[in-house]
Design a protein. Structure first.
Length: 516
């Protein structure tokens, strides 16, 4: 047998009292795609950070081609031909594709006085050659800031390939891609593996693991609970290895009839002064229904949500919440009328990471009893006892895994931080819930829990506007699905008519091309 490309042996890592990895072994073979799965907080991100030199292990060691190596930083990992494509792209928007790809290893012009100058022609030729070899369609001269998410990801992969990475780590690589872009990415992954590269796929999407990987390693609570050949396992077995239990996906059964409108948007337009971000959007959400919005990231969904919540101003059109015109109302006024919001960025917008779990669960409830006093001598004061009691109740009800409600939110895993936001917002019992990417980066157990909560909220007579990049999520939950492209609603599907194919075609503009 050939020596594995990389072996992680007995890796252990602690952060204070928290054990992130406990004696983890991982063998990565040449010419294979190895998936690493686990719930949020299972230890997979820590393990990959150790492999890429971002953390140093407390115990255990790494072998590269059978040699023991130590990575004090990512530069050491890169020197050993490891590359990593992060979930949140690390590109310079003002630079071209070619400039981003060769950054740090730029070809220089010849001549003593010109050696400090980038040889743009050579950089462009290198990118074109790599793109052609791996089927990564890019324009070397395009500014990265103008590119859609799928193209940016191709640039990130080209960066790693330019550095001649033999081990390629992909962290949640399909989070913002259309179905067509996912298929293209998987073709690239297989081509790289067939050329002898080792690809590590970190994901929580089981169907992707079954589609593209050769081997799977599952982590739970910092230890390996399964290591199998993909051909020898099933989705149910992987779920059990990840969660320790059977998980039954939530499904919208289409109960009841929608009631009166809780959100009415007519001919809404949003601009940043130079560009139209949202153009002539009209939609209605009624009590007792979930209205989904599909679209590739950057097509106006986030700007639409920000305008509905009052953090962006409308350039034209109107917004009514529970029959009241709020087009020019403040965020606080809109919330008071009955709006709850699960933001896309749970760290930056949804939580205050240095504040405690209890304090975060009190946000938005702090002006009303029993937590806050709105009048009298105690006006403006908070009840610590009521805050702790509310936190303990929601922590138990939503299975938020934290050692104490007094710990800072920054100590929670991503999935538990998301459950905290969902718990806090649903506790408002607001007529309208706006949920933007509510399960992005969340593991299968947390996804199932959040989906059930959203369906239950709808069934209790509330209206939900669900914005998601995940077509499967929209198909599972939404009663109607709108598709946004270029800041406009370009298609609408009833639940009975929606399929991954027609939604994906609308997201990419392919259906418009066919009609034209």
């Amino acid at each position: 047998m050939t020596t594995p490309a990389v072996e992680l042996v007995g890796i252990g890592k602690r952060f204070g009292a928290v054990v992130a990895n406990d004696g983890v072994d991982l063998t990565l073979r040449r010419g294979s795609v190895h998936a690493v799965m686990g719930e949020n907080g299972a230890g997979k991100s820590t393990l990959m950070s150790i492999l890429y030199g971002l953390y140093r292990p407390d115990t255990g060691h790494i072998l590269r081609d059978g040699r023991r190596v130590e990575f004090a930083s990512p530069l050491d990992a890169i020197a050993e031909r490891l590359g990593m494509v992060h979930q949140h792209f690390k590109l310079f928007d003002s630079m071209t594709v070619a400039e981003n790809v060769v950054l740090g290893q730029e070809p220089r012009r010849s001549g003593r006085l010109r050696r400090s100058l980038l040889d743009r022609a050579a950089a462009s030729a290198r990118v074109t050659e790599l793109a052609g070899r791996y089927g990564l369609a890019v324009d070397p001269g395009a500014r990265v800031g103008t590119l859609p998410a799928g193209a940016r990801q191709r640039v990130e992969i080209l960066k790693a390939l330019h550095r001649e990475a033999e081990v390629l780590i992909l962290d949640e690589p399909t989070a913002v891609l259309t179905p067509g872009e996912v298929r293209s990415l998987f073709a690239v992954i297989r081509r790289a593996a067939d050329d002898g590269a080792t690809v590590v796929l970190v994901t929580h999407k089981i169907h992707e693991v079954l589609d593209v990987s050769d081997e799977v390693t599952v982590l739970r609570d910092g230890v390996v609970t399964a290591h199998v050949r993909t051909a020898d396992t099933t989705a149910a077995a992987l779920v059990t290895a990840m969660t320790g239990r059977d998980v039954v996906p939530a499904q919208n059964t289409g109960r009841g009839e929608p009631g009166e409108p809780v959100l009415e948007v007519e001919h809404l337009a949003v601009s940043d002064g130079e560009r139209t971000l949202v153009g002539d959007v009209s939609l209605t959400v009624r009590r007792g229904e979930i209205v989904g919005i599909a679209g590739v990231s950057g097509n106006g969904q986030h700007d639409l949500v920000a305008t509905l919540l009052g953090t962006h101003r409308a350039a034209a059109g109107s917004i009514r919440i529970a029959g009241v015109d709020v087009t020019d109302a403040s965020v606080r006024e809109r919330r008071a009328l009955g709006v709850a919001a699960i933001p896309e960025d749970r760290r930056g917008e949804g939580t205050a990471i240095t504040m405690s779990v209890a304090e975060n669960l009190a946000l938005g409830h702090h002006r009303t009893p029993p937590i806050g006093a709105s009048s009298g001598r105690r006006r403006g004061l908070l009840s610590g006892r009521a805050m702790r009691a509310r936190a303990q109740e929601l922590i138990a009800d939503f299975d938020i895994r934290t050692a104490s409600e007094q710990l800072p939110v920054g100590s929670l895993s991503g999935g538990n931080a998301q459950k905290l936001v969902v718990a806090r917002e649903l506790a408002h019992e607001a007529p309208l819930l706006i949920a933007e990417q509510p399960t992005q980066g969340v593991d299968i157990g947390a996804i199932e829990a959040i989906h059930r909560r959203l369906i239950g909220y709808r069934d209790d007579g509330h209206g939900v506007l669900l914005v998601s990049h995940e077509i499967s999520e929209l198909l599972a939950l939404a009663d109607r699905i709108l598709v946004m492209l270029g800041g406009r609603v370009v298609a609408e599907f009833a639940r009975s008519d929606a399929t991954p194919e027609n939604i994906g075609a609308a997201m990419s503009g392919a259906d418009q091309a066919v009609r034209a």
